[in-house]
Design a protein around this ligand. Structure first.
Ligand code: 5RP
Length: 219
């Protein structure tokens, strides 16, 4: 089974978590794209979606799926999105695609977060994947110095502007043994919008695509 086939399998499985007649939060990235394509097959059964990025909104619309602005809705039944890394506690690193802040906002509104990923994303200790941190542009150098001083790692400015008009710092060379504390510490630095750790509010369910089928992981 290829990596894409494993992503497709979890995307298809995630349809079982879609609550009929409700609004669904939809994530960003290649796995989320497979989910969008699967969601299109049952689009008449849902009220609509909220997208975590402009790219996702475009793909949803291209399938004729209704996209609501988050400020138009009060309830999202379920949020479905990929991840860059997960540990067995369902703490995640997200933001490889740069959509971490909107992803965290939509996930916060949703009743349940179903993470979909291929088996390569599950690790014992997170940190091999550089941790994305979205920052207000004028604060980038200051935040870089503060992360280096307070946390360590190697900080690199990504050549990318987020949908919110901000910048991304990628922090590599970390061993994330205390993800909740690190998420909180990074968010306390002035200039940080948010970081890609989903640990204080982790996923509720991880659907992991393996060569032997979909494994359902819960904390
Ligand atoms: C985007 C994300 C994605 O969920 C993450 O990068 C995983 O992407 P893919 O499904 O392409 O592996 O957080 O900001």
């Amino acid at each position: 089974m290829t990596q894409d086939e494993m992503k497709q399998a979890v995307a298809q499985e995630a349809l079982n978590y879609v609550v009929e007649g409700t609004i669904i939060g939809v994530g960003t990235g290649s796995t989320a794209n497979f989910f969008i394509d699967a969601l299109a097959t049952i689009k008449d059964k849902i009220k609509g979606t909220v997208a975590s990025s402009e790219a996702t909104a475009q793909r949803l619309k291209s399938h004729g799926i209704k996209v609501f602005d988050l400020n138009e809705v009060t309830k999202i039944s379920v949020y479905i999105d990929g991840a860059d890394e997960s540990d067995e506690g369902l703490n995640l690193i997200k933001g490889g695609g740069g959509a971490l802040t909107r992803e965290k906002i939509v996930a916060a509104v949703a009743n349940e977060f179903i993470c979909i990923a291929d088996a390569s994303k599950l690790v014992a200790v997170m940190g091999a994947f550089p941790l994305p941190v979205e920052v207000i542009p004028m604060s980038a150098n200051y935040v870089t110095r503060e992360i280096t001083k307070r946390i360590g790692g190697t900080v690199t400015l990504r050549d990318f502007t987020t949908d919110n008009g901000n910048l991304i710092l990628d922090v590599s060379d970390l061993k994330i043994t205390h993800p909740k504390a690190l998420e909180t510490e990074l968010n306390s630095i002035i200039g940080v919008v948010t970081n890609g750790l989903f640990a204080n509010s982790p996923a509720d369910v991880l659907l992991l695509g393996t060569p032997n089928g979909v494994r359902r992981v819960t904390a």
